[in-house]
Write a protein that binds this ligand. Structure first.
Ligand SMILES: NC(=O)c1ccc[n+]([C@@H]2O[C@H](COP(=O)([O-])OP(=O)(O)OC[C@H]3O[C@@H](n4cnc5c(N)ncnc54)[C@H](OP(=O)(O)O)[C@@H]3O)[C@@H](O)[C@H]2O)c1
Length: 325
């Protein structure tokens, strides 16, 4: 199946390499806003066609699906045009800059009868897939508390459209964790509240209240003097009634699970291995769905809910008021 790829940015090469490793999909068009970037990436990757004309690949009958990896505020417009041209759409996270736009994309998919896939990569990290299997397997009872503690010293001051045109830091960065928490909990939270700032270089906490569990997401961007590998580390603790999973993400990804106080073993792998496996796993599942051989790995409603909850968190920070969903 031939794909047109919209985007030559930070994430484009990872996608294109993983798409090709499926052996069933290929990228035949590369589209970017500027000639320089479109041409450079298409040449580097040996992609047959490149253009800055967003409509041209949509007129190519050989293209059956498009990947939308343009800035988040462009997702709704590009997805609608692709559906109108009869193409499937694979949309980068977050699905859109607002819940309303995300719903518009899903409605466009339903009207066209074409598939809409949302790329929530974190589910495909082996560590998180195993945590999901541990919790869903029920050996430690139901999930009662999940915590995500993200600490970084990355400089976000120069991150362009991500800072204000597309929901800001929480939506851009932590929609990954929101997806993970909703996927692990298997349901939507009832209330969202929090305190702090929607900025990577400050601190904040958001709490998602589920009916029988709660999740806490914390971030901090200026704990100076700590040599975080790759500039960031995240600690996850996913606690069930009779056991838990702990995952630490830095240079290495370290996981350990416990049931009734006993460790089931501690595993460690380099982050590069987890990342490569996640991109391959995601594109293998997406390829199966696009080819009609498998279910959608992430349903459109899940993509919408991720935006809804992330934006509720932003609103909770801004208004200091509990958000009911
Ligand atoms: N799954 C993940 O882990 C992951 C990681 C990073 C990003 N993403 C998502 O992928 C999407 C793209 O992010 P990115 O980091 O690749 O972005 P980026 O580095 O800023 O690249 C953006 C791409 O869109 C083009 N573009 C078109 N209109 C633009 C505009 N008005 N402003 C800026 N660029 C424009 C750029 O063209 P020119 O460069 O030619 O101007 C470039 O090809 C976002 O939705 C983001 O949230 C996902």
């Amino acid at each position: 199946m031939h794909l047109a790829f919209y985007g030559a940015g930070a994430i484009a090469e990872r996608h294109i390499d993983a798409i090709r490793r499926t052996g069933t999909l290929d990228v035949t068009w590369l589209i970017s806003r500027t000639v320089e970037r479109a041409q450079a990436l298409a040449t580097k990757k040996g992609i047959a066609h490149w253009t800055t004309d967003e409509q041209l690949p949509l007129a190519d009958p050989d293209v059956e699906a498009v990947v939308v990896a343009y800035p988040t505020f462009r997702h709704v417009d590009l997805a609608q045009r692709a559906f109108a041209a009869g193409k499937h759409v694979v949309c980068e996270k977050p699905m859109a800059s607002s819940t309303d736009e995300a719903e518009q994309i899903a409605a466009g998919a339903a009207r066209s009868g074409k598939l809409l896939l949302v790329t929530q990569i974190k589910r495909f990290w082996p560590a998180f897939a195993e945590a999901h299997a541990f919790i869903a397997g029920g050996q430690a009872g139901p999930l009662v508390r999940a915590t995500v503690d993200f600490q970084t010293e990355w400089d976000w001051s120069n991150r362009g459209w991500r800072l204000d045109e597309a929901g800001g830091y929480l939506l851009d960065m932590h929609v990954h964790d929101v997806d993970l928490l909703l996927w692990l909990a298997g349901r939507m939270p009832k209330r969202v509240w929090g305190s702090g700032e929607n900025r990577a270089d400050r601190e904040g906490t958001v709490v998602l209240e589920f009916d029988t569990a709660y999740a806490r997401l914390e971030w901090s961007g200026r704990i100076s003097g700590r040599p975080y590998p790759k500039g960031a580390r995240t600690a996850y603790q996913l606690a069930c009634q009779r056991g838990r999973v702990e995952i630490e993400v830095g240079d290495e990804v370290i996981t350990e699970s416990f049931v009734d106080g006993r460790s089931l073993g501690r595993q460690s792998s380099p982050i590069g291995e987890q990342l490569r496996a996640s991109w391959d796993g995601m594109w293998s599942a997406q390829a199966a769905a696009l080819l009609g051989e498998g279910a959608l790995p992430v349903r459109p409603e899940e993509g919408i809910n991720n935006v809804r909850v992330s934006m509720a968190a932003v609103e909770a920070l801004n208004s200091h008021a509990v958000q009911r969903l």
